[in-house]
Design a protein around this ligand. Structure first.
Ligand code: COA
Ligand code: AMP
Length: 630
């Protein structure tokens, strides 16, 4: 079957297509239908089936006789250790942890926040929740206590599972004090915290609230898998929106299982038993879908990598891991390849390793620039596949489906729409545009299985964020075009989300933090181009009248404020004081024009600009801080 055949089969009968894909999942009660139209543009998948995610990701492989197959390889160049866990061991560990959670009162539907570094216990915690129908929400370790507190208040967890620390090159990240700080700030208080004490740092446990990971599990009755309805939320994952309040993307159980399982073979081209590696973090959607769930549901071996592309110990780390563990399919963000390329421009370190197991490199999370793709193609001599997706969708909207057919690669395009996605380019009035024309990228409803059915406790926000601009469509927030061959091109975000080192961040959230500084009257944050990270945030500050403190001091304070409130992941290091911000006559800040000035690009003077002279002031201010592109 070709890609066109598969896509046409889905178009002809989506219900039959997804019911067929659902047969690859073990159901306790098989669904009688795939799609439920709930009315008002809300949809659910496999709602009347009964199923358990952990059973499908772990137990069924043991039952099928694959208990000795490696499920997880923890490769940690930071601690210089490698551990392997078989599916049988994983089953024992997860059943025990699930039993301990249940013994402490965690029941189906309860929320559990997981705040952990890249250790296998993070996956075990996710799977243990899934085993008993608890809803997990994993929070990325690079977020500060305040961000964790916001998530605690939004999803109201009964428990938090955390590690004592994370390990960044040259720095121990003190997770436990961050957890304590977050609980202190949050209005909602979890009943208990389970703390994995790592040998690099033993954290203080709060008597009566905190329990040690091992002690908590000793002597408990292991828990069996609890079947849940197909529309039971398996997890909530918060992602950046336009304001400081993150959006709680909900993932339903049935569609998640079906879509991820389908994607492993059809998109990533791997067979059960092969090694699949996504070098990301469990705190991001890539980590949920392709470090934890996808590979395990499909019976692959997954790698939990605790390291960086460079510096742990060198730019050959990726190639060492691929060679050591015979990785068949490798997935990372373009920024990681750019980091390697910068250290080893000729890719000379690749020659030290046997990469014969590798069949393809997949890139996502940000725009893959042609230089990076071409470098990787030359260096690795395997197809380099750009694919496009979002936290909201949980799996690719557009990709080159290597397991169906390797389509010709067009550099600069993440290839074509996957079955389930009717992708269209719309103009401002919501009318479809011709091939080659730039517009908003939207997906005709319903979205396929595995995508978000709503936002946690925020249906109105879900509608406003995604369903209102183009009735009948999901608004992706990306702009781009489709060429005459159906290849998509993703050009820019239509909102104020920026992408820093493959991490999705909200400039609006950073502006809220800057505005809270006592000397700041007004501010703007934009995303400027960065050779390594793709984009970097840059802040503009207008100070209160009469404030004559040194600008450098105020800039240092706001940089610290963003790090303390949002976290190091925001990578907010650049800010400049200006007298005024360029605005339209109606008072809208001209952020896009500021980006062009900062990036040193030509631009058309906006017709609605209030006072063009401000643009020269912006340029001059950027030069005073040595921002060379301005
Ligand atoms: N816990 C705590 N802190 C973290 C963290 C974590 N899990 N991950 C990153 N941070 C910190 C970093 O230590 C850094 O802190 P610093 O300001 O003290 O140096 C800060 O957050 C910014 O991190 P990052 O933007 O990742 O920059 P970096 O210089 O550490 O690394 C790359 C740059 C390109 C090597 C790195 O971003 C990378 O490997 N990216 C891959 C992208 C990826 O995994 N994307 C996920 C989607 S596929
Ligand atoms: P996240 O939700 O963190 O996965 O970020 C999703 C956003 O990252 C998308 O809306 C895009 O703006 C961007 N993105 C992800 N993958 C790609 C890609 N392959 N090409 C261009 N942009 C991408």
């Amino acid at each position: 079957m070709t890609y066109n055949d598969v896509y046409a089969a889905w178009q002809a009968d989506p219900e039959a297509f997804w019911m067929e894909a659902a047969r690859a999942i073990d159901w306790d009660v098989a669904p009688t239908k795939a799609l439920t139209d709930k009315g008002g543009d809300l949809y659910e998948w496999f709602a009347d089936g009964m199923v358990n995610t952990c059973w499908n990701a772990v137990d069924r492989h043991v039952e099928a006789g694959h208990g000795q197959r490696i499920a997880i390889i923890h490769d940690s160049p930071i601690t210089e250790t490698v551990h392997k866990i078989t599916y049988a061991e994983l089953q024992t560990r997860v059943a025990r942890l699930a039993g301990a959670l249940r013994a402490k009162g965690i029941e189906q539907g309860d929320r559990v926040i997981i705040y952990m570094p890249m250790v296998p216990e993070a996956l075990e915690a996710m799977l243990a929740c899934a085993r008993i129908g608890a809803i997990h929400s994993v929070v990325f370790g690079g977020f500060a206590a305040n961000e964790l507190a916001v998530r605690i208040d939004d999803c109201q967890p009964k428990a938090i599972i955390a590690a004592s620390c994370g390990l960044e090159p040259g720095r121990v990240v003190h997770y436990k004090p961050l957890v304590d700080g977050a609980i202190g700030i949050a209005k909602h208080k979890p009943e208990f915290c389970v703390i994995l004490q790592r040998e690099q740092e033993v954290a203080h446990l709060e008597p009566g609230r905190d329990v040690d990971w091992h002690e908590f599990q000793s002597g408990v009755e292991p828990a069996d898998c609890v079947p849940v309805p197909g529309n039971h939320p398996s997890y909530i994952l918060y992602t950046s929106g336009t304001t400081g309040a993150p959006k709680g993307v909900v993932r339903h159980t049935g569609g998640h299982l079906v879509a991820l399982n389908w994607s492993m073979k059809n998109i990533y081209g791997v067979n059960p038993g092969e090694v699949f590696w996504a070098a990301s973090d469990v705190g991001w959607v890539v980590g949920h879908s392709y470090i934890c769930y996808g590979p395990l549901i499909h019976g692959n071996t997954t790698i939990v990598f605790e390291g960086k592309p460079v510096g742990t110990p060198d730019a050959g780390t990726f190639w060492r891991v691929i060679a050591d563990h015979k990785v068949a399919s490798f997935f990372t963000a373009p920024t990681a390849i750019r980091a390697v390329k910068r250290e080893d421009p000729k890719g000379e370190m690749i020659a030290d390793y046997d990469l014969s197991s590798l069949r393809a490199l997949y890139l996502a999370g940000e725009r893959a620039d042609p230089d990076t793709i071409e470098w990787a193609q030359r260096a690795l001599k395997v197809p380099v596949i750009d694919h496009w997706w979002q936290t909201e969708t949980g799996w690719s909207i557009a990709a080159n489906p290597m397991g169906i057919e390797a389509l010709p690669v067009k550099i600069g395009s993440p290839s074509v729409a996957m079955p389930g996605y009717d992708v269209q380019i719309l103009d401002e009035g919501g009318r479809p545009m011709a091939p080659g024309e730039l517009g908003a990228i939207a997906v005709k409803l319903p979205l396929p299985p595995g995508t978000l059915p709503t936002l946690w406790n925020a249906e109105d926000r879900f509608r406003k964020s995604y369903l209102t601009t183009f009735p009948g469509y999901y608004e992706t927030g990306d702009a781009g075009m489709i060429d005459a061959d159906g290849y998509l091109y993703i050009m820019a975000r239509t909102d104020d989300v920026i992408n820093v080192a493959g991490h999705r961040l909200s400039t609006g959230a950073m502006e809220e933090v800057l505005a809270s500084h006592t000397d700041v009257a007004e501010c703007a944050v934009i995303g400027v181009s960065d050779d390594l990270k793709g984009q970097m945030p840059l802040g503009f500050l207008c100070l209160n009248k009469g404030c004559n403190r040194p600008h450098g001091e105020i800039v240092a304070e706001v940089v610290k404020l963003v790090r303390d409130r949002i976290g190091p992941v925001a990578a907010f290091k650049l800010a400049v004081v200006v007298d005024r911000l360029p605005k339209t006559r109606s008072g809208k800040i001209l952020r896009a024009t500021m980006v062009k000035i900062a990036d040193g690009q030509d631009f058309k003077l906006p017709a609605t600009i209030d006072d063009p002279a401000i643009l020269d002031e912006i340029r001059a201010a950027l030069r005073t801080i040595g921002y060379a592109k301005a």
